[in-house]
Design a protein around this ligand. Structure first.
Ligand SMILES: *[C@@H]1O[C@H](CO)[C@@H](O)[C@H](O)[C@H]1NC(C)=O
Ligand SMILES: *[C@@H]1O[C@H](CO)[C@@H](O)[C@H](O)[C@H]1NC(C)=O
Ligand SMILES: *[C@@H]1O[C@H](CO)[C@@H](O)[C@H](O)[C@H]1NC(C)=O
Ligand SMILES: *[C@@H]1O[C@H](CO)[C@@H](O)[C@H](O)[C@H]1NC(C)=O
Length: 686
C-alpha cells in the first residue's frame, strides 16, 4: 500500500516536472559509454594487454562501437524489447608504440578484435602527452638561451603543441611542434607569440629532437590584449538594461535518459570525445497521420580542417584537423549558465578518458534550451475584405542543443536547432582568439613583402586561414531507403510567340545513381538538394523528402596537389553522398594526424557505389574563409555560418498551421505595472 502510494507520488511529480529523469528508462543502444563502462574498458584492456608485458599503453580514443543500424531499428520498433544489444567500445590505443584498434565487448568482458594499423597517420593526441611536451622547452638549454637573448622572462612563457601535417615525407614519427607564447601582463597568450623558433618534439620518446632559432622578432606588447571585463577601462555609451528569458512554468521539453522530446520532435542526444554532440534517431510526430516519422538516423560533425596560408618556416605546416588530431569533443568547454546558455537552459555532462584510460568527467558541456527571440513563425494581415481586417500571427519558439569547443585559441559554438516546422537548423559560430604571427611592422605602409595576413595591431599579423567543417548527415526520411535528387533552376529562353517574355526559369531534377553523380560544388548556379523516399508519395503524388539548404557557400581555394588538400579531400566538394557504412564516420580518416589522404571521404567515394533507393548518408562541407580585420583583435566577435534540413513535400500541408499563440506569462505575486520596471533581482515566482 505504501509503495503504491509512493509510486503515485512519483508519477505525479514526473508529470508535473518536465525534467524528471525517469529512473527506469534503461540503456539505449546508442547511449555513449558511461563512466563505469569506461572503467570496465580500461580494466579489460589493461588486464589483457599488460598482463604479460607492455612497455607502454596509452589511450587516445574510446567511444561507443554502435550496434549495426538494423539491430538498433529493430530494438526501437520492438516495444517489449528489454535486451539491449551487446555494449561495445571502440578504442584507439598506442601499445608498445604501435597503433591498435580494439573492439571491447563489455557484456563478454573481452577484447573481441585487436588490429594493428600499419598504414599512415596517428590517432588523436591525448592531453597528458601534450602537457608533457609543452613542459619540455622550459628546461631545454638552447630554448632558455633563446628566451634570454630576447630579454624575456622564462616563467612568463607558455608553450603549446601543434600538429605538423604531412608534406610528402617518406617516413614520419609521432611528432609535434611547440609554439611558445608570452604572458607578462596579459592572459591573452595567443596575441604574444615568441616568433622565429622551430622546436620539434617526438611524442613517443617525449624528447626534443629538433631545434632552430632562426630570427628574432619583437613580441607584440601586452597592452590592449586582455579581454577580461575587469581589465576594461570604464565603458562608455549606453549599457543594455537587464534582459532574460523566463519560463515560469518550466520548459516544454522532456528528457528520459538521453532521449529528448519537444513539441513534435523526439531525438537521442549524446556526446563523443572525438566529434562532440551526436544527434540520433530524430523523428517528428505527424499530427495528420498520427504517426512518428523518421528524419535523421545520426548527425554529427565528422571533421574540421583549418589550414593557414602562411608559407614562412615556422608556419607553413599549420593545417589542423581539429577533430581527428585534437578531439573536438575533448576540447568541449564547460558552459557558463546565464551567459553561454540562457537562464532557462539545462546542462549535460560528458565523459572522456585520460591517458591511462581512467574516465574523466566533462561537466556542463552541452546545454538544451527553448529559444523565443521575438521572431515570427508565420503571419498574415488580410485587408482586402471590405470593412474587415484579419491578422493572424504565430511566434517562433525552437529548441537548441548547444556545445562549445575551445580548440586552443579558437572557440566553436555548435547549435543544433529543432523547429516546429520540422526543420533542423545547424549554426556554427566562430569566436575566441586569432592565431597571429609576430612581425617587425607597426604600420601597414612599412610592409613590402608577402606577409600572408592583415596588420591588426603593432607587431601583430592576423594570418589568412580557412575553417571547413564536414557534417555526417544520415537522413532516413520515412525509412532508410532514400534517393538523392539534385534539382537545378534552369534559365530557359522563350523563342516562340507564346508569351511576350524572353526568358523564365524552370526546375530540372536528376536522381543521382552513383556517388560520382552526387559530388557537388555549390559555387555556381542555383540548386536544390533533396533527399527523397522514392517508395513513398504524398496524397498529391510528390515523393516525401527533406532538403539541404546551405548557408553561405565556401569552397577550398587550395590546389588539388597541395598536401593539406590531399589530406582533407572532403573539402573538394560541398556535398557528397555515400551508401551507409558504419565504419565510414570520420571524413578525414581514422588516423588524421599526419594522414596522407589514403583513407578519407574522397577515397571512399571513388568506389562509386550505387546510391539510388539505398540507405544513404549526406556529407556537407561548410566553410569559412577568414581574412582577419582589426575588429578581430584582441578577441573575435562571433561570425556564423550554417545550413538547414527542411521538410520538402514531407507533410501534406503547413505543419505549423495549428500552432497556438503563446499563453501569456502570469507574473505570480507581481502586479501588472511592476512588469514595466521589473529589476533583475525580482523573482517572478517568489
Ligand atoms: C594496468 O596493469 C598493470 C599491470 O597489471 C598495473 O600495474 C596497473 O596498475 C594497471 N593500470 C590501471 C590503470 O589499471
Ligand atoms: C549487455 O549489458 C547491458 C548492460 O549491462 C544489458 O542491459 C544488456 O541487456 C546486455 N545485452 C546482452 C545482449 O546481453
Ligand atoms: C565499409 O567501409 C570500409 C572503409 O571504407 C570498407 O573497408 C568496407 O569494405 C566497407 N564495407 C562495405 C560492406 O562496403
Ligand atoms: C514603476 O515605475 C513607475 C514609473 O517610474 C512608478 O510610478 C512605480 O511606482 C514603479 N512601480 C514599482 C512597483 O516599483
Amino acid at each position: 500500500m505504501y509503495s503504491t502510494l509512493l509510486t503515485h507520488v512519483l508519477i505525479f511529480l514526473c508529470i508535473f516536472s518536465a525534467l524528471c529523469l525517469s529512473s527506469d528508462h534503461g540503456i539505449h543502444p546508442l547511449d555513449s559509454l558511461t563512466a563505469s563502462e569506461l572503467t570496465q574498458v580500461q580494466t579489460i584492456v589493461n588486464n589483457s594487454i599488460c598482463s604479460t608485458s607492455c612497455q607502454s599503453l596509452s589511450f587516445h580514443y574510446v567511444g561507443l562501437h554502435e550496434p549495426d543500424k538494423p539491430i538498433v531499428l529493430s530494438w526501437l520498433s520492438d516495444k517489449d524489447s528489454t535486451k539491449v544489444p551487446p555494449r561495445q567500445a571502440f578504442v584507439l590505443a598506442r601499445i608498445n608504440f604501435k597503433n591498435h584498434e580494439l573492439i571491447v565487448d563489455l557484456n563478454a568482458s573481452a577484447i573481441i578484435s585487436n588490429k594493428v594499423h600499419d598504414g599512415h597517420g596517428y590517432p588523436l593526441l591525448n592531453f597528458a602527452e601534450q602537457t608533457a611536451a609543452n613542459r619540455l622547452p622550459l628546461t631545454y638549454a638552447p630554448f632558455i638561451a633563446s628566451i634570454k637573448k630576447r630579454g624575456l622572462k622564462l616563467e612568463e612563457v607558455i608553450c603549446q603543441s601543434f600538429t605538423i601535417g604531412w608534406f610528402g615525407e617518406q617516413k614520419t614519427k609521432r611528432i609535434v611542434r611547440e609554439m611558445c607564447y608570452y604572458l607578462d601582463g596579459t592572459i591573452n597568450l595567443y596575441m604574444r607569440p615568441i616568433e622565429g623558433i622551430t622546436l620539434t618534439v617526438d611524442l613517443d620518446e617525449m624528447k626534443i629532437i629538433g631545434y632552430r632559432d632562426r630570427l628574432i622578432v619583437p613580441v607584440p606588447k601586452a597592452e590592449g590584449t586582455d579581454y577580461r571585463e575587469v581589465k576594461q577601462k570604464q565603458p562608455v555609451g549606453s549599457p543594455i538594461k537587464p534582459i532574460t528569458m523566463l519560463q515560469p512554468h518550466g520548459p516544454s521539453f522532456n528528457i528520459e535518459g538521453h532521449v529528448v522530446s519537444w513539441a513534435d520532435w523526439k531525438f537521442h542526444l549524446d556526446f563523443d570525445m572525438r566529434v562532440g554532440p551526436i544527434l540520433s534517431l530524430a523523428s517528428i510526430y505527424d499530427l495528420e497521420k498520427d504517426e512518428s516519422r523518421s528524419v535523421m538516423y545520426r548527425g554529427f560533425i565528422s571533421e574540421l580542417f583549418v589550414p593557414y596560408m602562411d608559407l614562412t618556416e615556422e608556419w607553413y605546416y599549420r593545417t589542423y584537423f581539429d577533430s581527428g588530431e585534437y578531439g573536438f569533443g575533448l576540447c568541449a568547454a564547460p558552459l557558463l549558465p546565464s551567459s553561454d546558455c540562457p537562464e532557462n537552459a539545462v546542462f549535460f555532462d560528458g565523459y572522456s578518458m585520460s591517458q591511462d584510460g581512467t574516465p574523466r568527467k566533462l561537466p556542463n558541456i552541452i546545454c538544451i534550451f527553448e529559444r523565443y527571440a521575438g521572431d515570427i513563425l508565420w503571419r498574415h494581415t488580410e485587408g482586402a475584405i471590405p470593412g474587415k481586417v484579419f491578422t493572424e500571427v504565430r511566434p517562433e519558439v525552437s529548441l537548441i542543443v548547444r556545445m562549445v569547443s575551445a580548440v586552443g585559441n579558437y572557440d566553436y559554438i555548435v547549435d543544433w536547432e529543432f523547429r516546429q516546422t520540422g526543420t533542423i537548423k545547424v549554426n556554427i559560430g566562430l569566436t575566441g582568439l586569432l592565431e597571429v604571427r609576430a612581425a617587425a611592422y607597426t604600420y601597414k605602409d612599412q610592409i613590402g613583402e608577402e606577409v600572408y595576413g592583415t596588420l591588426l595591431a603593432e607587431n601583430t599579423l592576423g594570418s589568412y586561414h580557412d575553417h571547413f567543417l564536414n557534417f555526417h548527415l544520415d537522413l532516413d526520411v520515412d525509412n532508410p531507403a532514400n534517393s538523392f535528387v539534385k534539382t537545378k533552376l534552369q534559365t530557359t529562353a522563350v523563342m516562340d510567340k507564346r508569351s511576350p517574355r524572353r526568358s523564365y526559369w524552370t526546375v530540372v531534377s536528376e536522381t543521382s545513381k552513383t556517388e560520382s553523380d552526387a559530388r557537388i560544388n555549390l559555387g555556381s548556379g542555383a540548386a536544390e538538394l533533396l533527399v527523397v523516399n522514392p517508395n513513398k508519395k504524398t496524397e498529391m503524388g510528390n515523393y516525401v523528402g527533406y532538403r539541404l539548404l546551405p548557408g553561405s557557400v565556401v569552397n577550398t581555394l587550395l590546389s588539388d596537389d597541395d598536401y593539406p588538400e590531399v589530406r582533407a579531400g572532403f573539402t573538394k566538394y560541398n556535398v557528397w553522398v555515400t551508401p551507409y557504412n558504419k565504419s565510414e564516420k570520420w571524413a578525414g580518416g581514422t588516423y588524421a594526424d599526419q594522414s596522407r589522404g589514403d583513407d578519407n571521404l574522397a577515397v571512399w567515394s571513388l568506389r562509386n557505389r550505387e546510391i539510388e533507393n539505398k540507405d544513404i548518408v549526406i556529407w556537407y562541407t561548410l566553410g569559412f574563409h577568414h581574412v582577419p580585420y582589426q575588429e578581430d583583435f584582441p578577441v573575435m566577435p562571433t561570425i556564423n555560418n550554417g545550413f538547414e534540413l527542411r521538410p520538402t513535400n514531407f507533410f501534406e500541408h503547413n505543419p505549423v498551421l495549428k500552432v497556438k499563440q503563446l499563453a501569456k506569462v502570469k507574473w505570480l505575486k507581481c502586479c501588472k505595472e511592476c512588469r514595466h520596471n521589473l529589476t533583475a533581482d525580482i523573482d517572478p515566482l517568489a
